[in-house]
Write a protein that binds this ligand. Structure first.
Ligand SMILES: [Zn+2]
Length: 58
């Protein structure tokens, strides 16, 4: 079974939409590895994408 980890960041993606904090600003300017997606993975054998839903807590 081949599993590809697509995102291993926190519970939300960085940068967050509409956020202008120092971390999000730096992530927008520098890209990878400062910009990260939330946790997700792809299982090749069954073409299955598993990802968390977007948090609406902020
Ligand atoms: Zn931010």
């Amino acid at each position: 079974m081949n599993v590809i980890i697509l995102g291993s960041g926190g519970c939300v993606s960085t940068p967050r939409a509409c956020c202008n904090c120092r971390v999000c600003t730096e992530a927008r300017q520098k890209g990878f590895p400062y910009a990260r997606t939330g946790c997700s993975l792809f299982i090749e054998d069954v073409n299955l994408l598993i990802r968390q839903k977007i948090s609406m807590l902020h």
